[in-house]
Structure formats: C-alpha cells, structure tokens
Design a protein around this ligand. Structure first.
Ligand code: ADP
Ligand code: MG
Length: 307
C-alpha cells in the first residue's frame, strides 16, 4: 500500500496473531493494488467492460465504497482514478491538467456505473478503480478482527497514518492517538483517547506537489471538478468503529469542505470528527472534545465544538 505499517499487540503469544494479521494485510494488498496488473483491481481496470470475478473481500469493499459515495453525494468516488493518474499522483510525474482534459476524463467517472453482483464486478470501458481512499481502513478493520479472533484484546496498528485500535491499553486506560498538525506536519496538534476504534485522517499535507503557478495541488480529487481539492481545509480526522467507513468518510468530508462536512457529521451518528482549516481553526465533535488533549491550551480554548 506504498506506506509503512506498525502492528503492536499485547497478551499471550501475540507474535502468532500478529503474523496472521500481517498475512491478511499482504493478501489485501495483492487484491487491491492499483499498480499490480494481476490484482483484482488491476484486472478490473483492464477488463474493457467485461464482467470480472473478484474475491469476496474486493466486492465487499467496492460495494461499501459505492454506498458511501452515494451517501456523500459523490464526494468519495473510487472511479476518480483516471484523474488521480493523469495529475501524476500514482507516478510522481505531476502535471496540472487542462480543463479540456479534465472534462474528458470526468466522463469516465461515477460510482453509480459500477455494478456488483455477488463477486462479479462490472465497470464500463475506460473506467478505472482505485481503492486508495478505503484500502488501509479496510485492512485495519480486518486485521483487528483477526487479532480479536486470536484472543488479543489489546492492540494498536498504524497503517500509514490510519490508526486502528483493538480494545484498550493493557493497563485498562484508553489508547492515545496522536493527530499530526497539518499546518506543521512534524508536530502533533492533539492526542485523542479511544477504545476499540479507528482514527483516520485525510489531509493536504502529505501527498501534494507545487505547480509552476506556485499553487499547491494535493492528492485528493474533487470528483465534481476533477481537480485537487482546494477548499480551505487542511485535514479531516474521522473516529468510529469501522475502519473502512472512517477511511472513506475522511476522504469524503475533506472533499465536501467545512460546511457540508459539519452538516454531514451532525446528521450521521456513530462518527466523530476533528476538522482543521488552513487558517488554523479547529472544529471538533462534542463527544470526543473531553477525550482530546491539545498540545497548546490556546487551541482547546478556541476550538469550535459541534454536537
Ligand atoms: P491517504 O491515502 O493519505 O490515506 P485518503 O484515504 O484520503 O488518503 O485517500 C486518498 C487516495 O484516494 C488518493 O491518493 C487517491 O488514490 C484516491 N482518491 C483521491 N481522491 C479521491 C476521491 N475523491 N474519492 C476516492 N478516492 C480518491
Ligand atoms: Mg480515506
């Protein structure tokens, strides 16, 4: 998944459980990789409209992505890959796309055009899928399930910045998950105390390039415009029970922007959110406000707490 991962578990013989979790993550990487032509996603992306049989896990994740795409009015959309690729986010050969080319590629996007029937998936010709917005969250969720089945009740996993916890710390206290300050990425802005939850962040500070026009272009594409998101948000962290949903939603809420993200989180219970704007404002749901320790008092005092 093109990143570093660190899995930590406590209990009797955690090594065997961790080996199984690692195996699961490797298996999922081999199913979901967009750069591997033999992966399920690789095969779908060269399927030319022909129905393609995939692993149950692949069809499950595509289905979930479709549902959350619909729920977020298309803000997260696993069909934006043609744009992600041509902007250069896959290879590092970055280029600012012309509006003509953007329009052309947008014709080959839209999650509603994906059809999933049990484990057969069909995508229209010229469509390409990319599970980058969901794969790490899904992998974390599945790895957590495996650890629990193996009797582990205390673990924390960092899958490229996506945090998945199992239970609580061995001493019975909650896990403290650090959130990067998107405006100063070498620093932590706060730690959030959680038990048995996923904490997933999408932001514009990790993968981006500077255009010749001096502007910053980040790796998250607004499926409505086909262009990198530039809406004043610096990062969105989503906290919830399902790593998959948190990952999909962190991307979606980042695309939606401040106003719609706040509205969405108010209407959908079961998720908490920490949103940081490029002008340094912090918006946080009341549920986690008291479980969050900010590195500076000022930030806590100025945070906007939403219900
Ligand atoms: P990260 O990869 O840093 O964890 P995200 O979970 O937000 O961040 O996923 C971003 C990745 O998803 C991008 O690198 C790209 O491959 C893909 N992507 C970009 N924009 C979208 C979008 N609007 N919907 C779905 N996937 C996207
Ligand atoms: Mg995501």
């Amino acid at each position: 998944m093109d990143t570093y991962m660190k899995l930590t578990a406590y209990g009797d013989n955690p090594e065997a459980a961790l080996d199984m979790a690692e195996e699961k993550i490797t298996e999922l990487e081999e199913l979901f990789s967009v750069t591997l032509s033999t992966s399920d996603i690789g095969r779908l992306n060269s399927s030319m409209g022909v129905p393609t049989e995939v692993d149950d896990q692949t069809s499950a994740l595509i289905s979930r992505s479709k549902i959350l795409s619909e729920k977020t009015d298309g803000a997260v959309d696993i069909t934006v890959y043609p744009l992600v690729r041509e902007w250069g986010f896959t290879t590092g050969n970055y280029s600012v796309l012309s509006s003509e080319r953007t329009e052309e590629l947008l014709k080959f996007t839209g999650s509603s055009y994906i059809s999933v029937s049990e484990n057969t998936v069909t995508i229209p010709e010229n469509f390409q899928l990319d599970l980058g917005s969901a794969a790490k969250g899904y992998a974390g969720e599945k790895a957590a399930e495996i650890l629990k089945e193996a009797g582990i009740s205390s673990a924390i996993m960092n899958l490229g910045g996506n945090i998945q916890t199992v239970g609580e710390k061995p001493d019975g206290s909650p896990w403290k998950v650090a959130v990067t300050d998107p405006l100063s990425p070498s620093e932590v802005i706060c730690t959030i105390s959680v038990r048995d939850k996923a904490v997933v962040t999408s932001g514009n500070y990790q993968r981006f390039f500077m255009g010749e026009d001096g502007r910053k272009y980040c790796h998250i594409i607004d499926p409505k415009t086909g262009r990198p998101v530039d809406n004043g948000l610096a990062s969105v962290t989503v906290i919830g029970s399902s790593g998959t949903d948190c990952d999909l939603l962190s991307t979606a809420l980042f695309v939606m922007g401040e106003e719609s993200a706040v509205e969405f989180i108010k209407e959908n219970s079961g998720f908490d959110m920490l949103l940081i704007t490029e002008d340094g404002r912090v918006i946080i749901t009341g549920n986690i406000f008291n479980d969050t320790e900010f590195t500076e008092k000022e930030i806590k005092n100025n945070a906007e707490v939403i219900v």
